[in-house]
Design a binder for this molecule. Sequence first.
Ligand SMILES: C[S@@+](CC[C@H](N)C(=O)[O-])C[C@H]1O[C@@H](n2cnc3c(N)ncnc32)[C@H](O)[C@@H]1O
Length: 488
Amino acid sequence: TETTAEHDDEYYPPPFTSPATLTPSTTCPAYGLGHLIRDGYYYYENRVVSEASRRMPRPKRSSPLRGQPQTDPPTPEGTPQEKGGWSRGALCRRVGKDEHCAFTYAEFNNGEGISIITTAARILLLGSQPPLAPHPATDTETANKRSKTDTTPSESHYYKDVTIPNKGIGLLATQPIRTGRRVMARTPAVMVDDRAFKGLRKEDLALLLGQAILALPDAHRKRFLNLSIAHDEAVTGGGSLTAGMELIYNIFTNNAFKTTVTLERVDKEGGGGGVASSSEADFQSAFTEVSRLNHDCSPNLGYYFDSATLSQKVYAARDIMPGEELTVSYVDVLQPRSTRSHLLNTTWHFTCSCARCSPNPANPADDTHILLESDSRTSQIRSLLRSLDDYTTKDPNPATHGPQKAETLITLYELEGLQVRIYEAYYRAALEWNGVGDAERAVRYARLCLASGLVLRGPDRPFVRSMRALVEDARAHWSWRFRVPVKD
Ligand SMILES: C[S@@+](CC[C@H](N)C(=O)[O-])C[C@H]1O[C@@H](n2cnc3c(N)ncnc32)[C@H](O)[C@@H]1O
């Protein structure tokens, strides 16, 4: 129905790519992860089929790809080699009919460079649209987009990298950072087409990654090679893998984020430069600076990938004090503590010591109660979301029921330090107040939802469009009085 379709994706998938099924089953037992992921998201599954399917465990590396193949718009004429600026690695590897190669555009982003493992067809599409179009920007719009592809000098003063006990390198705030401030925006060092990531054998992916990294400009390559591998992963080589290739492979899987790119085919014949067709393509992307952010289950930063500039944009989810560590979450923060801990252990090989996971070593006995309470709140959040997202129930007491639940939801997000997702609670509050015919309160919460949702998820989300429409005209929004029983 219209109501469910409209806010299909106000949830977000876990930020970091779980590389679990990439690694041999000794590090991630195949029996465990899928079950736990499904448990963590069980309340999404019936309603949001596409989101749920994206969260399913990856197919095994050797198995054929599952699900519908992604279809690209028709490609422009020519081969990558004919297009200026791009080079291609000597060896390519097939997934089904598609041949995947390592393409590098060394001049990208003022000489930072980027390598992309994908098909020639996709490179032709990517290379013909900003910000990867090889020719100097001639129009102001493209020039503006290009200038925004990177962290500005003032942003890079917000933090410094330091070694943190038991966490490797992390980023510390060097000055106060206010809620909603952009902290960094970075383009990837390497992107891997999801079809190659899921479909290639480890050896083949490692081979392409090796070519991709070696072709990067020196500075970017060195920064990539300095990134971490999980602490307990030995790099020994073996089989057809050299130690160098295995290192690159492990760095990539420990540091990759899922990113979605819009592929546009521009209609040249019309002369106006209009977009003839577009589609979305998933990639796994490693960034040299964003990937330094350590995990926390109540993180102080949120982020989204901006396809127009190919950059990961990172924002403060709450006020941050100088000296505080900057953190993101690697897992869905609404999962139970045991599930989060298990995923972090099996996938990134560390024991989470954040306040929602581990007792304070000074008084572990006292903190047990605190952790139990946190888990109980998180469980109530999930149950409230489930109940509020059932739009079929009418409320016999319309002045209180849905709105009360939504207000409780906001309080619980705040108590759990989940400002990074508080827009989800504001969204429900806006709908519930509108659902009982209180436009004023509904608009207030829609405004709050937009204020945090825009910076933490970006401007192109269905829930952003929905909240804008509600602010514009609450009575014309689908949710107007939807909880009030219709009298015969
Ligand atoms: C994406 S990297 C983050 C940056 C990394 N610390 C470094 O030195 O480059 C992920 C790795 O950082 C470490 N890490 C991240 N968050 C952590 C945390 N909360 N506690 C302990 N180790 C953590 C783990 O070794 C994990 O595999």
